[in-house]
Ligand binder design. Structure first.
Ligand SMILES: [Zn+2]
Length: 63
């Protein structure tokens, strides 16, 4: 099972589903991890494959 490389959260258990977009090639899901990392998932049958993920959201930004 894959896990978030930033916080170790199991990819099988998305914390927050941001949005779901049906496309001709399948369903694309955007989810947010416990650490704030935004993930792009593509549903292939019953399995959601994480195809891309952002870095965790920084609590404070530096200018
Ligand atoms: Zn995470």
């Amino acid at each position: 099972m894959l896990r978030c490389p930033f916080c170790g959260w199991p990819d099988d258990e998305p914390v927050t589903t941001v949005s779901v977009h049906p496309t001709p090639s399948g369903v694309t899901m955007w989810t947010r991890c416990a650490c704030g990392s935004l993930q792009t998932r593509v549903l292939r049958g019953a399995t959601a494959v994480v195809t891309a993920r952002s870095r965790p959201v920084a609590k404070a930004t530096t200018a």
